[in-house]
Write a protein that binds this ligand. Sequence first.
Ligand code: ATP
Ligand code: MG
Ligand code: MG
Length: 242
Amino acid sequence: MDIMANVLLAAGCSPAMAHSLDEVEAFVGISSALLINMGTLSSEWVAAKKLAARRAVELGKPWVLDPVGCGATPVRTTSCLQLLGCAPTVVRGNASEILALAGVAVSGVRGVDSTAASRDALEAAKQLATAHKCIVAVSGEVDYVTDGKAVVGVRNGHELLTLITAAGCSLTALIAAFVTAAPRQPLLATAHALAVFGLAGEEGLKLAPRPGPGSLRVTLLDMLHLMDEATVKAGARIEVIA
Ligand code: ATP
Ligand code: MG
Ligand code: MG
C-alpha cells in the first residue's frame, strides 16, 4: 500500500487505501476510479472488494483488477475469478496470473512472481478480454494490452522492477488513474500507463546512485513526479501488434 499510494501521489492523483466493509461503498461514491488488489485475502477483505466492485459498476465508474498471485493457492484463484465476474474495466497481471485466470495450468508456481513470459499469456489475455468484455494487460519484458481483438505491445521497463515488491501493483494503480483520464479509451489509457511506468523505471535507473532495487524504488517515484511530455514522446515504445 505504501509504494502504491506513493506512485499515485507522484503521478498527481489523490489515493485512499480503503478496505473496511463499512466504508468501501461510500468511498467508491467519492472516487474517480476503483482499484482492487487481491494481495490481502482475508474473507472480510474479499467481501469488501466485491461490495466495492458492485458499487463501481452501479455508478458507472471504471474499476481495475490486479489478480495478485492468482493460481498460487485455491482460495486465491477462486477469489480472483469471483472478482473477474464483477465486470472490471481493466485486468492487469503478470503472465502466470493471467494464465491462471484463464484456467490454463501453470507449472512451477512461485507465489506472486511470474514463472512464464508475457508472450506465453497473450492468447489467454485475448480470451479473457473477449469473454469478460474488458481490457486485459500482461506485464513482463514486453507488456501486452488487448481488448480481445486489438493487441498493443509496450517495450518500456527494466528487469530490476521485478525486484521491487508491489511494482506491479503500483503499475495497476497507475492504469486506474490513466483510465480515469480517458474513460472511453481504456485500451489506449492502459498502454500509456504501461509505457509511462516502464519509462519511469528506465529513467529512474539513470538517476539512481546505485543500480539496485532499493535505489530504484526511490528514483522511480522521483521520475513519475518529474515525467513530462517530452520525456514520454522521446521514450515511450508503444507498438500496435494486431
Ligand atoms: P508484483 O510482484 O510487484 O506484483 P508483477 O509480477 O505483478 O509485480 P511484473 O510483471 O513484475 O508485475 O511487472 C512490473 C513492472 O516490471 C512492469 O512495468 C513490467 O513492464 C516490468 N517488467 C517485468 N519484467 C520485466 C523484464 N524482464 N524486463 C523489463 N521490464 C520488466
Ligand atoms: Mg513481479
Ligand atoms: Mg503483481
